[in-house]
Design a protein around this ligand. Structure first.
Ligand code: GRF
Length: 217
């Protein structure tokens, strides 16, 4: 399955997806990386992995619709069937989602439905939760509201600040995003209403969750 990744920043999740996709049995390959930020380090990660890296910058377009059309054009040029948002700092419109037509995944640094939107790690610290984590979900028209595919939890420690908690969460992000991509690319998930079901997936076990790049018999 041909995957596009939309980025705006550092691209550590992009790197985790690239690394996983190089495993011989991985069911998806990254066909293109698109950034709305020309300075995103993620673009360099793509180029280093010899993946086409495209910039689609808001200032070059008069409207959001035109920017989204340019995004779609870039994805179509590379026959993208499945889209991963990896630190992409724009909300995609319902028009974009239906025009793209395939599954769109996002990773969010909190245990949704708690703390959607910006600064999720700060929100969690300010709220005083004792456990936080990250979520990979399907993207719908809302902000971080789509069906949840997989989550990982981490403790919030008394001395944590945004950087230390953020680093603990990112470690888990890099583990679960490739796992979710594998499941979706293998068409191993089913939607019952808004509930993602992983039944029938023999590898959904603690062991699989600890080894996201590998198939566990
Ligand atoms: C991640 O924390 C992700 O949860 C959020 O944006 C951040 C992107 O980080 N959506 P990176 O660019 O993948 O390092």
């Amino acid at each position: 399955m041909s995957v596009g990744v939309l980025v705006s920043g550092k691209g550590t999740n992009l790197q985790a997806l690239i690394d996983a996709s190089f495993a011989p049995d991985f069911p998806a390959r990254i066909a293109v990386v698109v950034s709305n930020n020309p300075g995103a380090y993620a673009l360099q990660r793509a180029r280093q992995a010899q993946i086409p890296a495209v910039v689609v910058e808001q200032v070059r377009f008069a409207s959001r619709e035109q920017l989204e059309q340019a995004l779609l054009d870039a994805l179509r040029q590379h026959d993208v069937q499945l889209l991963c948002l990896a630190g992409f700092m724009r909300i995609l419109s319902p028009w974009f989602l239906s025009s793209f037509g395939g599954p769109v995944l996002n990773i969010h640094p909190a245990l949704l439905p708690s703390f959607p939107g910006l600064h999720a790690t700060r929100q969690a610290l300010e709220h005083g939760v004792k456990i936080s984590g990250c979520t990979v979900h399907l993207v719908d028209a809302g902000t971080d509201t789509g069906p949840i595919i997989v989550q990982a939890a981490v403790p919030v420690l008394p001395a944590d600040d945004e950087a230390s908690l953020g680093a603990r969460i990112q470690h888990e992000e890099h583990r679960i995003y490739p796992l979710a991509l594998r499941w979706v690319a293998e068409k191993a998930i089913a939607l019952r209403g808004r509930v993602v079901q992983l039944d029938g997936l023999p590898e959904v076990s603690d062991q699989a969750l600890r080894n996201p790049g590998k198939r566990v018999p």
